[in-house]
Design a protein around this ligand. Sequence first.
Ligand code: 6PG
Length: 253
Amino acid sequence: MSGRRVVVFPSAAELGPALAHLVVSRADKALLDHGRFSLGLSGGSLVSMLSKELPALPDLDCSLWLAGFCDERLVPFDDGESTYGLYKNQLFSKINIPDSGVLAIDPSLSVQECAEDYARKLKEAFPKEDIPVFDLLLLGMGPDGHTCSLFPDHPLLEETQKIVAPISDSPKPPPQRVTMTFPMVNLARCVVFVSTGGSKAPVLKQVLEGGEGPALPAARVVPSHGELFWLIDEPAAASLTLQVERPGSAAKL
Ligand SMILES: O=C(O)[C@H](O)[C@@H](O)[C@H](O)[C@H](O)COP(=O)(O)O
């Protein structure tokens, strides 16, 4: 890992543009290095933040982007719970990412088959790699410390073989989901968590500064060779005592 950076913004409104710049800077780098930018998306507040900030950037060109999903809920695309459905309506419709540049699950399959099918699609999209190496993964964290659909104390935390796993007992509904596993997440070239709001303050303290008991899922995201950012706002940072960066509103990371 090249060192974890915890970056605190006055509010989510100021964090959003910095996130967009970070996405574009890693996209530019990836396009120069290997002619494509692979981006893993998550649900939660990231959907509206990215959908507001990315289309507002001048000259954004997503024609060589490959967007996948760090996890996805096994519901039809037109269900309000579908992460793909939300991004399709709110983001993909406003940027020039081609349909072939979006890797989605097949929600008509059983959860087991869906995970296998999504893993196969990912491997086909990254033919040179045993385990797909994403240029950038964007992650959220629940108040219980989960990230992707990797929940505290769940056996999936110990998965070492599969790159994508099914889960049918998610403590957060809907219960059936597919999720990237740690072996894939931790190979990414850059991982960015976005976490805002005072309700995240206690769990952020535990994840970033440690605490009693086993490490929470979000704390187990430690890219083996890549960058790790935590972009948070002041309310979420309220309980932290570790050293953080406070770059101001026009931050370029
Ligand atoms: O799959 C889900 O049920 C949600 O997407 C969830 O995992 C969310 O990403 C986190 O709870 C962070 O949520 P916020 O972005 O709203 O903090």
